[in-house]
Design a protein around this ligand. Structure first.
Ligand SMILES: Cc1ncc(COP(=O)(O)O)c(C=O)c1O
Length: 386
């Protein structure tokens, strides 16, 4: 069966008793033993829960891995992976990775729980140069946030293999439908399922998928030991969300393309960042390693930070909110919102000025999205404050 069919049928085999088509929610922390000597399939929901395990099978299937764990947040997924390494392990991480990942790596490095270097992974020579005797893994996030830089996964994987390093890919921005990191040599894949995989902005969740059985056992152990696994109801909502992932992504992408083209033609806009546009610096690599370009579009206004705030305050369809990947369109200013925790020098180095606006383009009617942006951008031209 094709992926879209497998997703539509996901979870149907969970209920052996009544054979419900929609999987039941086992909202129970504990399960009874028949006797003290025989361990049941499930005993305690941190270690295992039927609904969560059904979800984990779907996640492993989606990415083409040997096994997966569903976690309570994307950051729990990041923590699960970092928990695999010893304190003397050195990790190379994308210099413009998600702020929460950067924060955790930096704090843990300061506390002596691991070692980290932030490197521009689009520069393979810089990656090679940053590797040292204790380096154990490369952490790649592509496309990056908010400027959608593209890392060449095959090239980074070649370096990783040559030095015996694991390659970890945060695949949140594209989902396995548009990017399949195992096919480019990744060993572990991380997701914030809060975003596209769930798609309805009603849970915070995460996942780690492992390429090998051995690493699958490791992530199960670590997520359970650290207490990071997902709750039964969130797991149920995520299975429900996954069923429509292919349909949602098609509409996200169609709308994102329309928005990117519209912005590229607009007088108030200095530059558009969308890997689907031929003008995007990573377009050729994106075409090679992705089967879609996703639903995130960022752009830089010609005006000032104040002009950007005029636009942010003027949209009616695009809601002013952080996060991304839900059915509803969102608008935000990374410098003051999603990336506010970065140090100003770091933000400047990453090109995140106050004129940059990030859109998570939803699945609404395209014409409503374009009309909303047209109206909001006219505030820059007229100087009207809202
Ligand atoms: C790329 C990426 N990875 C990880 C995370 C962390 O996920 P969560 O917010 O679900 O903990 C996020 C959140 O925005 C993200 O964008």
């Amino acid at each position: 069966m094709k992926l879209q069919t497998r997703l539509a049928l996901a979870g149907q085999e969970t209920d052996g008793t009544y054979r419900s088509v929609v999987p039941p929610i086992y909202q129970s922390a504990i399960f009874k033993f028949e006797n003290p000597d025989t361990k049941p399939d499930y005993d305690y929901s941190r270690s295992g829960n039927p609904g969560r395990n059904a979800l984990e099978e779907v996640l492993a299937d989606l990415e083409g891995g040997a096994g997966a764990v569903a976690t309570s947040s994307g950051m729990s997924a990041v923590t699960t992976v970092l928990g695999l390494y010893d304190a003397d392990a050195h990790i190379l991480c994308s210099h413009d990775c998600y702020g929460g990942t950067e924060r955790l790596l930096t704090v843990w490095a300061r506390q002596g729980r691991l070692k980290v270097s932030f490197v521009d992974l689009t520069d393979v020579r810089a990656v090679e140069a940053a590797i040292r005797p204790g380096t154990k893994a490369i952490w790649a996030e592509t496309p990056s946030n908010p400027l959608l830089r593209i890392i060449d996964l095959a090239a980074v994987s070649t370096v990783a293999k040559r030095h015996g390093l694991e390659l970890i890919v945060d695949n949140t921005f594209l989902s396995p439908l548009f990017q399949r990191p195992f096919e480019f040599g990744a060993d572990l894949i991380v997701h914030s399922t809060t975003k596209y995989l769930n798609g309805h902005s009603d849970i915070v969740g995460g996942a780690v998928v492992a390429r090998t059985e051995e690493r699958a056992a490791d992530i199960r152990f670590t997520s359970n030991a650290l207490g990071l696994t997902a709750a039964p109801f969130d797991s149920w909502l995520l299975v429900r969300g996954l069923k429509t992932l292919p349909l949602r992504l098609r509409q996200h992408e169609e709308n994102a393309f329309a928005v990117a083209r519209f912005l590229a033609e607009h007088d108030a806009v200095d530059k558009v960042f969308y890997p689907g546009l031929e003008t995007h610096v990573g377009h050729d690599i994106a075409r090679r390693q992705q089967s879609g370009f996703g639903g995130i579009v960022s752009f830089r206004l010609k005006g000032t930070g104040a002009d950007a705030r005029r636009v942010l305050g003027a949209t009616r369809v695009f809601a002013l909110a952080e996060s991304l990947g839900g059915v509803e369109s969102l608008i935000e200013q990374p410098a003051t919102m999603s990336h506010a925790s970065m140090r100003p020098e770091q933000r400047a180095e990453a090109g995140i000025t106050e004129q940059i606006i990030r859109l998570s383009v939803g699945i609404e009617d395209t014409s409503d999205l374009l009309a909303d942006l047209e109206l909001a951008l006219s505030r820059v031209e007229t100087g009207v404050l809202v």
